[in-house]
Design a protein around this ligand. Sequence first.
Ligand code: NAP
Length: 285
Amino acid sequence: MATDWNFLQELVFNFGHQLATNPTQYMMEQAFAHHGLNWRYVQFEFTEDKLADAVQAMRVLGFRGGNCTIPYKVAIISHLDGLGESAALMEAVNCVVLREGQLIGENTDGKGFLQSFRGVAEPAGKRVTLLGAGGAARAIAVELALAGAASLTIVNRDAQRGEALTRLIADRTAARANFVPWDGQYAVDPDTEVLVNATSVGMNDATAEVALAYDSLRADLLVADVIVDPPQTALLRAAAERGCTTLDGLGMVVNQAQIAFGYWTGIEAQPGVMRDALQQVLQGE
Ligand SMILES: NC(=O)c1ccc[n+]([C@@H]2O[C@H](COP(=O)([O-])OP(=O)(O)OC[C@H]3O[C@@H](n4cnc5c(N)ncnc54)[C@H](OP(=O)(O)O)[C@@H]3O)[C@@H](O)[C@H]2O)c1
């Protein structure tokens, strides 16, 4: 037998629910194959009371890290050995990395967004309005603040969630933050330079509209949406019609996967491989 055969794969995991429709598995394995890595991305669904055992199993079996998604992003923290800076601020983990024998929790949601954002604008000094205060909004708010955004206006229906995120940014980062309860059609403040939809409105529905006064969208605004499917949301179409620069959610999800790939393998994934894989999935090829 030739000596370069290796039948012992390196493994990474994904913990969550409803993983059969999660395209990250395909994106990762396409990238492993592209880079000639004998690695596997294995998804595990289990009941929430089994989380401690599942993390212990990953340690025993020598997994190099993994992802975790809803409902484990917060619950996994108490089973890890440490957290990266932004994961600690967000109190949420979506990526676990084995570093010097320790399982460290990171959060790549906001980092993926920021990488996309930097392709069109510099975040430092920006005045941002963020629609939503859930997990994605929290991640984006923290990364924009750490990257030097001047201010964040958090607009959310649920005041408790909105105020909690506003306090997190105001108290623990250098950015200014204020909360606006979302009641009726929201008109974007003329002082805002960047508008981000981080709500789930638009997910799987190209016609779903966020409750926004569209005539408040000025041509000099940068409008970003986190929705992956479909990438061209009603908000982004309306913004483009008004001359705004737009940023879709595809870049965010692909960048997150690329960042995680780099954390685990130490290799920078070639741009395009994961995006092509995701596009294949979205187009049902
Ligand atoms: N592109 C990417 O890489 C990426 C990454 C992560 C998530 N996402 C997407 O981001 C979206 C949000 O995910 P998440 O994890 O943040 O969910 P989440 O924690 O459940 O938060 C949902 C947010 O959407 C708001 N919302 C829901 N329906 C609304 C409506 N009709 N009008 C106004 N606000 C509404 C909620 O407001 P209340 O608090 O008032 O209920 C909350 O702020 C999902 O579509 C997800 O697929 C994309």
